[in-house]
Design a protein around this ligand. Structure first.
Ligand code: CTP
Ligand code: CA
Length: 221
């Protein structure tokens, strides 16, 4: 039987009126390449959940594809698919905050709006809480893009979000991170192991990442 792998990608958008939103420059390229690499192995049932991304990263051939807008919607879609023994790869960059109110009509500039922000749910933390009652447990994988004290923050997230592994990239380096076609990672595992993944095009890194995940999960590709 194929192992289910859920891959999220891209940013989320948090609207404060029908045409305006808070977001970030994630393109979905990294998540898309991970999901495509998972399909290519023939060993996974792939669920791909993308935020608003360019059309070339919106769907993965051979995956079950879902498109979402906000962090709340992404959390609902992930929650619909999380099940015992699956693998969740949170490569998306969900917005951490959302406007407290969303106007149903366009806000006019004369209104000089004050946008009050409230926190979004942390999708990984929500799934980690659910995972405690799943049998077998799901494997939870996070990503961390950091500019300073990179290792400290990545290790903090590994523990706080109860992850099996986290892929850290230092976005202060050139050629790594958001909207770049290449990336490089340090992988930290729950058991204290670490591994360096050298700078490479994101398509190639997708295959390397799937290799790391498969070997952690004890799958022979
Ligand atoms: N993540 C999540 N839900 C959120 C925000 C982030 O599941 N609401 C996931 C991301 O997909 C990523 C990991 O958590 O796999 C780390 O995301 P990151 O933004 O680096 O961490 P945060 O906990 O949001 O902390 P901060 O932005 O303050 O660094
Ligand atoms: Ca964040």
């Amino acid at each position: 039987m194929k192992t289910k792998i859920i891959v999220t990608s891209g940013p989320t958008r948090e609207h404060f009126d029908p045409i305006r939103f808070l977001s970030n420059p994630s393109t979905g390229r990294m998540g898309h390449s991970i999901a495509a690499a998972a399909v290519a192995t023939g060993q996974f049932e792939v669920v791909y959940i993308a935020g608003p991304v360019p059309v070339e990263f919106a769907t993965v051939t051979g995956a079950q594809n879902f498109s979402v807008t906000s962090t709340d919607e992404m959390q609902a879609a992930v929650g619909d698919h999380l099940s015992g023994g699956c693998i969740l790869v949170m490569a998306a960059a969900p917005a951490d905050y959302k406007p407290q109110f969303r106007s149903p009509v366009k806000i006019k500039k004369t209104e000089n709006p004050q946008i009050n922000l409230v926190p979004n749910p942390d999708i990984l933390k929500t799934m980690a809480a659910r995972n405690r009652s799943l049998s077998p447990r799901a494997i939870l994988i996070g990503f961390a893009a950091e500019t300073h004290e990179t290792e400290k923050y990545a290790l903090g997230k590994l523990k706080d979000k109860e992850l099996d592994m986290i892929f850290l990239n230092d976005v202060s380096k050139t050629g790594a991170g958001f909207a770049s076609t290449t990336n490089e990672f340090t992988v930290f595992y729950r058991d204290g192991r670490r591994e360096e993944l050298a700078n490479a095009p994101k398509e190639q890194l997708g295959r390397t990442i799937i290799g790391c995940i498969a070997s952690y999960a004890g799958l022979n590709l």
